[in-house]
Design a protein around this ligand. Structure first.
Ligand SMILES: Cc1ncc(COP(=O)(O)O)c(C=O)c1O
Length: 399
């Protein structure tokens, strides 16, 4: 078995690619992809070993660099996303940090949307400036701000869409055009959209990153991340950085994620349908003061959702009347949906962003992003929608 001849299934639709792409079958002809839980590889001769290190033989060398199970996961993601190449990482944050940091040097400049997951914001606001990389945060929905932030040394634009947790949708094609006009690349964190509902590379982005921990696993087991892009970007900026610094994914986690991909489409569709039903019920609930759901006509960027996404979201954002106390009461009254800071799981999960994922922000910065004390992020799972609606309405009633 060598690492290059992965099956090519690009002629098929995404559902088919999710099941078959990238499979490397061993001599045993296994149906389910094998888990190669090995650190290293043995060589038939010293000459073969030398050739492999010289890059003249395409086989595997060491699992910090690559591994058959990890290659299968990467290849399946490449074919799903329509990318040329990919490198997986130990976590979503390892993927985000590598995609942003690896191509940069002191003196470069990064522009990012202010509405970011807390750890992504740490990378932009705290980490990069420590190494002499300038950063500017903008209101991602305001295209003029992206344009005005461009400088001769701007190398990277970074955004999430929909944003975590307020589910704003940013205009990927227009932001990509502004980046390219200034000689910069656009990196998109596509975690909230999932590869099922949005394809940033096809919309003009240069790099897409995922926390595979979320929908790609989808059953709360493993951490993982992946960077997808052109062959040139991965070869020039990512490959050697990851090889030498080592934020590699474990083959076991890659195997779980690879198997998770087989059901990704089915799960995301079912979870989206449930989330849309929940959003419709909560929209007219007297104890809710604000509801955000990409896919509803009252979403602030409804036209943009239609233009760049193929579906809504597995997440619903809503603000409970009564601030933090009101939100906490609802969380504590829920029987089925679990309090957790994760998302994209088979189990419905509820988060209070102001005291968890975004607690590091100053109250005024949270307020500017629309993360009020009463705001709750609901990640719809695979339970029956009626059970979840009954759970939510009963909790709101009691709160
Ligand atoms: C939008 C977004 N990006 C990145 C991450 C980081 O992923 P991980 O927890 O796998 O490091 C998260 C995790 O919550 C996230 O929500």
């Amino acid at each position: 078995m060598s690492k290059s001849p992965a099956s090519t299934t690009q002629q098929y639709r995404p559902e088919t690619r999710l099941v078959h792409s990238g499979t490397l079958r061993s001599q045993y002809g296994e149906t389910s992809e094998a888990l190669f839980l090995t650190q290293g590889y043995v060589y038939n001769s010293a000459e073969e070993c030398e050739a492999r290190f010289k890059g003249e033989d395409p086989g595997f060398i060491y699992s910090r660099y690559s591994n058959p199970t990890i290659s299968m996961f990467e290849r399946r993601m490449i074919e799903l996303e329509g990318a040329e190449a990919a490198r997986s990482a130990a976590t979503g944050m390892a993927a985000v940090t590598t995609a942003i940091l690896a191509p940069l040097k002191a003196g470069d400049h990064v522009v990012a949307s202010r509405a970011l997951f807390g750890s992504c914001l740490y990378v932009i606001q705290d980490l990069l400036p420590r190494y002499g990389i300038e950063t500017t945060l903008v209101d991602g929905a305001d295209l003029d701000q992206w344009q005005r932030a461009l400088k001769p040394n701007t190398k990277t634009f970074f955004l999430e869409s929909p944003t975590n947790p307020t589910l704003d949708v940013l205009d990927i094609p227009s932001i990509a055009e502004i980046a390219h006009g200034g000689g910069a690349r656009l990196v998109v964190d596509n975690v909230f959209a999932t590869p099922i509902w949005q394809s940033p590379l096809a919309l003009g982005a240069d790099v897409v990153v995922y926390s595979a921990t979320k929908h790609i696993d989808g059953q709360g087991r493993c951490l993982g991340g992946i960077i997808l892009s052109s062959e040139a970007f991965i070869a020039e900026h990512i490959h050697n950085f990851m090889r030498q610094t080592g934020p590699s994914i474990s083959p076991f986690n890659a195997w779980v994620l690879l198997k998770g991909l087989e059901t990704l489409g089915v799960r995301v569709r079912a979870q989206t349908e449930t989330a849309a039903r929940i959003a419709d019920v909560l929209a007219s609930h007297p104890k809710i003061s604000r509801l955000v759901y990409p896919g509803r006509a009252d979403h602030p960027q409804a036209a943009l959702v239609k233009k760049q996404m193929r579906g809504g979201s597995t997440l619903v954002g809503f603000e409970v009347k009564g601030g933090k106390q009101g939100a906490f009461r609802v969380l504590n009254e829920l029987k089925l949906a679990k309090i957790s800071n994760n998302l994209g799981d088979a189990k419905s999960l509820v988060t209070h962003p102001a005291t968890t994922t975004h607690q590091r922000l100053k109250p005024e910065d949270r307020a500017a992003l629309g993360i009020s004390e009463g705001f709750i992020r609901f990640s719809a799972g695979l339970e029956h929608a009626d059970d979840l609606i009954e759970d939510l309405t009963a909790a709101l009633e009691k709160a």
